[in-house]
Write a protein that binds this ligand. Structure first.
Ligand code: GNR
Ligand code: NI
Length: 175
């Protein structure tokens, strides 16, 4: 297993639209395992292949308290959806930012599992939100895209400052 590097906003590679996985082979299973390890280490409750610069339609999720329920969704598609909910979201590619986003409340998703078998899953609550968040990544979309232009500009500045701070440079010096 291996830890993968997570791309951070505004990296243009996060805007790539992922291609369907043609065949679930050992390379795809290894990618899923590495993504799970990366997600657990981050820590996060979900991770899309796009975030580790692999542009294939694969995502991993584990919303369980004790991190014992890994889910691998390959070529996921929303079959039906209903209701709306608005809740705060965060993203490993947009560190330290949390904002409210509106999502479908209940979804039915069709996907392929790590054995290459097709399955359907009914989701609501945090799981439904997380699946929609991850599927957006596969379309090159980020939760900050749902915010107003003003909020997004403010957030970009905040992220740039945080990055300079993490490099040990004060914003004043960085000018
Ligand atoms: O770890 C994560 N937490 C989270 C919280 C609320 C809504 C969505 C998420 S997904 C996020 C991990 C991530 O960035 N996945 O792409
Ligand atoms: Ni994310």
């Amino acid at each position: 297993m291996a830890l993968l590097e997570i791309l951070e906003y505004p990296d243009p590679r996060l805007r790539t639209v992922a291609a369907p996985v043609a065949k679930v082979d050992d390379a795809v299973r290894k990618l899923a395992d590495d993504m799970l390890e990366t997600m657990y280490a981050a820590p996060g409750i979900g991770l899309a292949a796009t975030q580790v610069d692999v542009h294939q339609r694969l995502l991993v999720i584990d919303i369980s308290e004790d991190r014992s329920d890994p889910l691998v969704l390959i070529n996921p598609e929303i079959v039906t959806q209903s209701g709306t909910v608005k809740g705060d979201e965060g993203c490993l590619s947009v560190p330290e930012i949390y904002e409210a986003v509106e999502r479908a409340e209940c979804i039915r998703v069709k996907a392929i599992n790590r054995a290459g078998e097709s399955f359907e899953l009914d989701a609501e609550g945090l799981l439904a939100v997380c699946i929609q968040h991850e599927m957006d990544h596969l379309e090159g979309k980020l939760f900050v895209d749902y915010l107003s232009e003003m909020k997004r500009q403010r957030l970009k500045k905040k992220l740039a400052k945080a990055r300079k701070r993490d490099l040990g440079v004060t914003p004043q010096q960085a000018l």
